[in-house]
Design a protein. Sequence first.
Length: 264
Amino acid sequence: EAVSSYCASHGIRANVAVKMKKYIDREEEKRRYMQSLELLQDALPPEMLRMLFHSSRSPALCVHGFFGQLRCKHPAAEADLCFLALTEMRCMPGDSVFSTGELGSRMYMVCSGRLAYQLGRAQFRGATAGSVAPKGRVPTCSQLVALLKGSYQSQSLVPMNSKMVDRGEWLSEAALWVSAWYHVGQLVAASNSQVIAVDADALGKILEQDGSALAEVILYARYFVEDLNSLPSYSDLAAEADDNGTGSRDTAQPKSLPVTVISW
């Protein structure tokens, strides 16, 4: 109402007014969704919330084979993970989940909808051996804006030459197991989507309480990083989604230094 009134009084073109209205509507929808989650958390005691979030989040998390095994062998740790380390995200078309060059701290599981992943430019790299910044100069805000503008189609919110990521797929797993993972591409919602984010720090704190589960995770992390370092290039995509059938990643970033296992 306010947007329509303002645009009418200032002679704003109809197509601009429509864009503003759509933006406000989508932001309001996201706000209502987050508000409903907050009300739920205020209304229920912790144990009931733990049970609820485990029931709703575990199926999406355990699509990943390792977390499925964790649920079988260490159900208490997996339930705590669903309760304390997972965040539900509501994404709308054009929403950015992460961008090239950002320090990654989460793994993303797609529950519904579709997202588009596009590899960034070659000057960015995915990880460093113990460093806290990407090699070379960090791009300025204006440079990133120019990069994003140049990679978008004029009539679409989805970057050109994108890899589509669908329900049951995941990205940025390296952020959980690598000491410093920098995204080598950008992820944008292509449709209304539900995503679950696994936080690396929260995961570490939960596992510290279960020595047996922690030992298995450390072993898995070492194998994961060893496999990652054996590949010719880095990508935020899961290896299966990024493999072209020959064992190589034609669309991924060339590697510079090997990555190292995270230490909690």
